[in-house]
Write a protein that binds this ligand. Structure first.
Ligand code: 4GX
Length: 259
């Protein structure tokens, strides 16, 4: 996966790419990300990349010309090799980002070029001329597109074969399925008087599989019933869900949390 990021704040992006799994993916050559400072594409001596909005009002708008120059300069070497780039623009007005969308980005052979808007946004003429694919990572407002760009890169990169340790951790994970995760435990067997469910220490693989399946179904039923609605259930899942319903609600769900 190849990715170029255009931003006025490269320092917001670079450290995340130099940590954890994304760092390792880059070291393995599975992920290539280059961060470009939009200021480098300005032409005036003060390197101005934003300006006040026509018509007045609060905030600043990113100027069109530096963005055009950045996109053209970054695209050029790819196009000389006969490659099209996929231009992405994180924005609350974009198409909602989902796990399926992440798969689609990961599977695309084209390099991704992510344009990060900051402040109030970008001059509308950039949208008109370059027709970027607008993506929203959720219905809330960020200070800029940088964190959203990192979300896109992170979610897509981990789907590339070889980025995660074991391939099965991808196959059985939530949202590919889509079920929420079952609870995880690691050593010691008791901490602060809290123990690990007996079945996980039993070594009975089938009993463990069923327990995990049931927990995943329980959490999904309680917190995200929308994920189970209109879904074909196997006989096994149906039976586990019946048990769960008979046992009653154990987790207060979103009502008891921040919601
Ligand atoms: N999911 N923001 C982008 C500035 C902006 C506005 C319009 C381009 C066009 C966001 C989100 C998000 C805040 C990033 C506004 N840039 N991005 N920024 N939610 O809130 O993706």
């Amino acid at each position: 996966m190849r990715c170029d990021v255009i931003t006025l704040f490269p320092e917001m992006v670079a450290p995340v790419l130099e940590s954890s799994m994304l760092k390792r993916a880059r070291e393995k050559g599975l992920l290539e990300v280059r961060v470009h400072n939009l200021r480098d594409y300005t032409l005036d001596k003060h390197k101005v990349a934003d300006d006040v909005p026509y018509g007045g009002g609060a905030g600043m708008v990113m100027k069109a010309e530096p963005i055009f120059r950045a996109v053209e300069n970054i695209r050029q070497p790819y196009e000389r090799h006969g490659e099209q780039v996929r231009l992405l623009l994180p924005s609350p007005q974009g198409r909602p980002f989902t796990q399926e969308y992440a798969h689609q980005l990961a599977a695309d052979s084209r390099p991704l070029l992510i344009l990060c808007g900051h402040y109030e946004g970008i001059d509308e003429r950039v949208r008109v001329a370059l027709k970027p694919e607008e993506i929203s990572i959720g219905d809330y407002v960020l200070t800029g597109g940088e964190l959203a760009a990192l979300v896109l890169i992170d979610a897509a990169a981990r789907l590339i074969s070889g980025v995660l340790g074991a391939p099965e951790s991808l196959a059985e994970e939530s949202f590919s399925e889509p079920l929420l995760e079952y609870p995880h435990y690691t050593r010691p067997a008791e901490v602060r008087g809290l123990s690990v469910p007996e079945v996980l220490l039993s070594g009975h693989h089938e009993a463990i599989r069923l327990w995990r399946r049931k927990q995943a179904l329980r959490t999904t039923q309680e917190r995200r019933p929308d994920l189970l609605k209109d879904r074909e259930l196997t006989l096994e899942d149906r039976r586990l869900l019946d048990e769960i319903i008979r046992e009653g609600v154990r987790y207060a769900g979103v009502c008891g949390g921040g919601g």
